[in-house]
Design a protein around this ligand. Structure first.
Ligand code: NAP
Ligand code: F7E
Length: 348
């Protein structure tokens, strides 16, 4: 039985990857930060049987002696290093913590592999945010990087750390350059989940508009469940390499908003411009969207769209869920969560 460690297992991707690897018969170990409530994050949505099959290790990615001993004791077949400060907006306010966790945490794992378990294969969660002010659309593995946030800069340092350790020490280390992938397990501050949750509440009678930032930013949004399979496929190749995972299509935040409200039967009409723009329910004139400058970033990425041809060719990977289906799924889950408090993101 193969043994895998997932760092960041309590996040969105951790949930889908844990489910996927358990389904493949892996012995799954999870690495997560202890908190005072022992909250398991997204893992509460696994079945009790799935949860009982995961061996948890409570620690911080900054704790290198702990990581050393974990890797030395377990000599994992595969490590999926997902743990990160992953919110781009926050990285402008907390750049130091973002650098420490996203660069330092990655360094701790590759050093532990180099010292104690050289046959362990590791996946690193790199990101389309490294392209930033991109020179070309679509972006692939050869597109130059120009990150636009402390998060993007830190992930780029992680990306080069993986490449450098691979070239220097012959380790099996892989970069997955993943474009945005979403689901009902997304953190509530990310824009797709925020829109889906807001639309569901308004459809149920809330008068609280959703306060958004830049409506024109375009992202290549896929379904997280499809992307974790790509992570696994990357570690099944004879040689380590770097791969883009993306849908090849992009949509604006405005288009995402219109589709989410469409799902609950609300057509939006837009009025005004810039920070004064509002979105209204065409049927009754209720304001459902306002613009909040607090959600604009000091430096924005206008457009990301990925070209995953290499992953399709070499891994046989492809996305299965369309953007419309993804938005509909996220909105439907939020509607269900309002009816069933036990489906909320609260810890049992
Ligand atoms: P997420 O939901 O924010 O999950 C991040 C996980 O990292 C959480 O479990 C978090 O635990 C953990 N973590 C943060 N700091 C830690 C620390 N110091 N020690 C231990 N654990 C720590 O992110 P995601 O969407 O699943 O993404 C997974 C990875 O892929 C991240 O590295 C992200 O940067 C990267 N990525 C994501 C996307 C995307 O669109 N989702 C695209 C490209 C790359 P807490 O709950 O305790 O904070
Ligand atoms: O923003 C705009 C915002 O925070 C998407 C992370 O998983 O994907 C994610 O990063 C866009 C941006 O995700 C609001 O300015 C408008 O242009 O949902 P987001 P992100 O920044 O793309 C990448 C690939 C990762 O690697 C990251 O870890 O939406 N936007 N209004 C807003 N964004 C937020 N959060 N909130 C708003 O109100």
């Amino acid at each position: 039985m193969k043994k895998a460690l997932i760092t960041g297992i309590t996040g969105q991707d951790g949930y889908f990857l844990a489910k996927f690897l358990l389904g493949k018969g892996y012995e799954v170990h999870g690495f997560a930060r202890r908190n005072s409530q022992m909250a398991l994050g997204t893992l509460v949505f696994l079945t009790p049987d799935e949860r009982s099959r995961i061996k948890m290790h409570w620690g911080d990615v900054l704790d290198h002696p702990f990581i050393d001993s974990l890797v030395r004791m377990n000599r994992y077949d595969e490590i999926y290093h997902l743990a990160a400060q992953s919110f781009v907006g926050l990285s402008f306010e907390n750049p130091k913590a973002t650098y420490d966790i996203n660069i330092g945490g990655t360094l701790n794992f590759v050093n532990a592999i180099k010292e104690y378990s050289q046959r362990t294969k590791m996946y690193f969660a790199a990101t389309s945010e490294m392209y930033g002010k991109a020179e070309a659309v679509p972006q692939d593995e050869r597109t130059p990087f120009h990150p636009r946030s402390p998060y993007g800069v830190a992930k780029l340092a992680g990306f080069w750390t993986i490449k450098n350790y691979r070239e220097s020490y012959g380790l099996y280390l892989t970069n997955g350059i993943l474009f945005n992938h979403e689901s009902e397990m997304r953190g509530p501050e990310f824009v797709t989940r925020k829109i889906a949750a807001g639309a569901a509440k308004i459809a149920r009678g809330s008068s609280e508009p959703i306060r958004l930032g830049n409506l024109e930013a375009r992202r290549d949004w896929g379904f997280a469940g499809d992307y974790v399979e790509g992570m696994w496929l990357m570690l099944q190749r004879p040689m380590p390499d770097d791969y883009v995972l993306a849908t090849g299509e992009n949509y604006s935040v405005r288009e995402c908003t219109e589709r989410a409200f469409g799902r609950v039967g609300i057509t939006i009409v837009w009025e005004g411009r810039g920070a004064d723009e509002i979105g209204k329910n065409a049927a009754n004139g209720q304001t459902v969207i306002t613009i909040d400058p607090a959600h604009f970033r000091p430096a924005e990425i206008d457009e990301l769209r990925g070209d995953a041809s290499k992953a399709k060719r070499e891994l046989g990977w492809t996305t299965r869920m369309s953007f419309d289906t993804l938005v509909a799924r996220m909105v439907d889950v939020e509607v269900a969560r309002l009816k069933r408090p036990d489906l909320q993101f609260t810890q049992a």
